[in-house]
Design a protein around this ligand. Structure first.
Ligand code: NI
Length: 284
């Protein structure tokens, strides 16, 4: 099929998904709409097919991952880092977005499908502000403890929810707790997702002070670093306050910022920057 036809099918699918997503549940008028033959019915298979369609940038990202590995940083050839925010979208996400926007910095958000379903407008704001979105599963289960079919569903259902909310087919995946095994990495590869871990952990989920979060991020960052922060999973006031300080201090050291996708495309990870291991098994 020619690319233009694929693009048209893709757009039609997204419009259909948004129409489905915005429909009511128990409202009788809404169920009448549900049987309206003019509204396309989108199946799980349609969503999966749309998520498999790769543009040139997508293909580049997917190619960076090798079978059975995650990346934990970029190559280190450029003085760039990527800020990443996990477990949203939630109540603290707009404040994180505002801080990033004020500083003119893009970031990457690894979102939970359940939170996307509850806060689709917030995810649309994330995307509209020029940020990148990745899959962090539906409800933050340790995927290594699930059966293959359940692993697949956690990933695909979340990718479908992101697509329905924003029209974006995500190409990045981060396993909850950084917990992976060959089967989980295979599922990410099957879904055309690059598995992304981190090399700088601010451990902001343990509720340190803002200054401690800043200190960890700034002292551990090196060229190509992927820095782990959280915009969900609890009160993230300290993280919100840390964001402008991290940006200011890293800029003072000569660093610039990119999304994970742009970072790794512009500065591909070497084999030292990839791992087949779990990052660790703590609560993230
Ligand atoms: Ni998480």
């Amino acid at each position: 099929m020619p690319p233009l036809a694929l693009a048209i099918i893709g757009i039609a699918l997204v419009i259909g998904l948004i129409a489905l997503a915005t429909r009511g549940g128990d409202d009788p008028a809404a169920s009448q709409t549900a049987t309206d033959p003019q509204i396309p019915q989108v199946s799980e298979a349609d969503i999966a097919a749309a998520a498999q369609q790769l543009g040139p940038r997508d293909q580049e990202l997917v190619n960076i991952g090798r079978t059975g590995v995650s990346i934990d940083r970029a190559g280190g050839a450029r003085k760039y880092v990527a800020l990443t925010f996990d477990d949203g979208p939630g109540p603290d996400t707009p404040a994180v977005l505002a801080a990033l926007k004020k500083a003119g910095v893009p970031a990457t958000f690894f979102v939970l499908g359940g939170n996307v379903q509850a806060n689709p407008d917030t995810l649309r704001q994330v995307v509209a502000s020029g940020n990148e979105v990745g899959v962090h599963t539906w409800d933050h289960k340790d995927l290594t403890r699930l059966k293959p079919a359940e692993q697949k569903a956690e990933i695909e259902r979340t990718a479908g929810e992101i697509l329905a909310a924003t029209g974006v087919a995500s190409r990045l995946f981060r396993a909850p707790y950084g917990s992976v095994n060959p089967q989980v990495l295979k599922q990410a590869e099957n879904a055309k997702l690059l598995s992304v871990l981190w090399d700088v952990d601010t451990v902001d989920w343990t509720r340190p002070s803002t200054d401690q979060i800043v200190q960890t991020a700034v002292s551990q960052a090196r060229p190509g670093s992927i820095i782990l922060l959280h915009d969900g999973g609890g009160d993230r006031a300290a993280t919100v306050a840390a964001v402008p300080k991290i940006i200011k201090e890293l800029r003072a050291k000569g660093y610039e910022f990119a999304t994970v996708g742009d970072l790794v495309i512009s500065d591909p990870p070497g084999s030292d920057d990839m791992t087949s291991e779990s990052r660790d098994t703590q609560r993230y």
